[in-house]
Design a protein around this ligand. Structure first.
Ligand code: CAA
Length: 240
């Protein structure tokens, strides 16, 4: 029986590429999305993958969302915490709302989602959780105190939960993407982005499919000995 995988923020960007790669590899896939109905409809039409709308920052909504996916496809055995936003700005200009939105959507979401699937994974004696971190959580980034904190938090979260899951067949790993050619990165001012690309040894932005490839490795049944690790996929920008 194909395992059931749920990808948050799964209808666009890196999440979309992960969904497609998982489906192509034979998994049963569900995508969560936060609000862009048009993109979600386009995604489902193109891929045949069902999309479920809820706010990953809302604990109750995550519990209900996971329940709906389980009713439709079966219990979630693979969770990819990919949903994330940016609200960039230097500290002296950053509002509390910018701080709070990023921590809630990028980090609290990992608690909300993992808490919603963990009992089922423990009972099944199997689980694969992959959290999408960031090079900017590893190295920090000018104008991203909020985002770097959330992503750095994800890396600690991953290592702590990996220790808890190990004896129950649940692996927990992170993938830390560098700058990938998605809408999120394209929103960075062109001049700033040019300077960033100049510091990437591989000399280009990454492709979303290059992140999906790493995720696919980590969720495999055969990857049971890989846990608590961070796979950096960043074109050599930061060697951690
Ligand atoms: N290091 C040092 N100084 C820097 C700097 C850096 N990395 N970036 C900018 N500065 C300096 C500028 O040179 C400028 O100095 P002067 O005034 O002396 O010329 C000063 O800081 C102000 O810079 P801006 O004009 O850019 O200031 P701003 O307030 O208009 O914008 C900002 C600030 C919003 C942070 C903008 O610089 C920005 O968008 N930076 C990019 C942030 C970024 O990389 N975001 C990543 C988004 S993608 C992502 O997060 C995905 C992922 O996981 C990788």
């Amino acid at each position: 029986m194909a395992r059931v995988a749920l990808v948050t923020g799964g209808t666009r960007g890196i999440g979309e590429a992960i969904c497609v790669a998982l489906k192509d590899a034979g998994y049963k896939v569900a995508a969560n999305y936060g609000g862009n109905e048009e993109a979600a409809a386009k995604f489902t039409k193109a891929t045949g993958i069902p999309a479920y709308r809820w706010d990953v920052g809302d604990f109750g909504a995550c519990q209900e969302g996971v329940q709906s996916v389980a009713e439709d496809l079966g219990p979630v055995e693979i969770l990819i915490n990919n949903a994330g936003i940016t609200r960039d700005g230097t500290m002296h200009k950053m509002t509390f709302e910018q701080w709070d939105a990023v921590i809630r959507t990028n980090l609290t979401s990992c608690f909300n989602m993992c808490r919603s699937v963990i009992d089922g994974m423990r009972q099944a004696g199997f689980g694969r959780i992959v959290n999408i971190g960031s090079v900017n959580g590893q190295a920090g980034q000018y104008g991203q105190v909020n985002y770097a904190s959330a992503k750095s938090g994800i890396h600690g979260f991953t290592k702590a939960l990996a220790q808890e899951g190990a004896a129950k067949g649940i692996t927990v790993n992170a993938v830390a993407p560098g700058y990938i050619g998605t809408d999120m990165v394209r929103a960075v001012p062109e001049k700033v982005l040019e300077k960033i690309i100049a510091r990437i040894p591989v000399g280009r932005l990454g492709e979303a499919s290059e992140i999906a490839r790493g995720v696919l490795f980590l969720v495999a049944d055969e990857a049971g000995f890989v846990t608590g690790s961070t796979m950096s996929i960043n074109g050599g920008q930061h060697m951690y």
